[in-house]
Design a protein around this ligand. Sequence first.
Ligand SMILES: CCCCCCCC(=O)SCCNC(=O)CCNC(=O)[C@H](O)C(C)(C)COP(=O)(O)OP(=O)(O)OC[C@H]1O[C@@H](n2cnc3c(N)ncnc32)[C@H](O)[C@@H]1OP(=O)(O)O
Length: 177
Amino acid sequence: MGVKHELELPANLEPMTRHPKVPGPGEPMRVHHSMCFGCGLDAPVGLRLNVTAGEDFCVTATMPVVDWMQGGPGVIHGGILSAAFDEVMGNASILIGVPVVTVNLEIDYAKPIPLGSTLRFTAEVLGKSGRKVYVRSQAYLDGFEAPVAAAYGIFVEINLRKHFEGYKEGAVKAPQG
Ligand SMILES: CCCCCCCC(=O)SCCNC(=O)CCNC(=O)[C@H](O)C(C)(C)COP(=O)(O)OP(=O)(O)OC[C@H]1O[C@@H](n2cnc3c(N)ncnc32)[C@H](O)[C@@H]1OP(=O)(O)O
């Protein structure tokens, strides 16, 4: 079946503006936490995704599919791909300037993705309604015109300080030096 139909969006989407302080098109998005599994460079195990800002409400990213990402023999684990989509779509949400967390993630896996390949991601914010931000992402592989996987995410605006209150004491710190 490949990737599924479009995400059903609510009728009451609000106009969005790109936040003036986010990176410009072609510039790298900032690492939001050095120990983040998705983008952190100090995380002992992680995707270390480099996400690049695009035009409007879009971002792009690439991810080499390396051996530790294996699920079935020779191919990526579906949960790793899901985490990559989460990270890329979370970064797209940053472009509208609201702190968010994921509440809903849907993935379509259309093709097996071999170890040794490089996935290319695109993601765009489709709209915002109240605290909810709707995002879509697609993953591409060389040699395939259509996406090899796709995702839809709903992210919800949070108060960053309140959301992580009570959890920060248990946070894993980056190694010193
Ligand atoms: C930023 C850089 C990249 C980061 C990428 C990685 C992002 C992540 O992985 S974040 C980690 C995973 N996510 C989480 O841990 C979130 C856990 N969930 C929560 O903490 C809470 O559900 C929270 C705070 C998001 C929302 O709770 P609360 O503030 O009580 O709001 P609540 O009223 O339940 O929901 C807000 C809206 O979202 C909707 N909503 C909540 N859950 C869902 C869901 N599963 N599906 C669809 N809609 C939902 C609600 O219906 C509500 O809509 P409306 O405003 O229209 O009534």
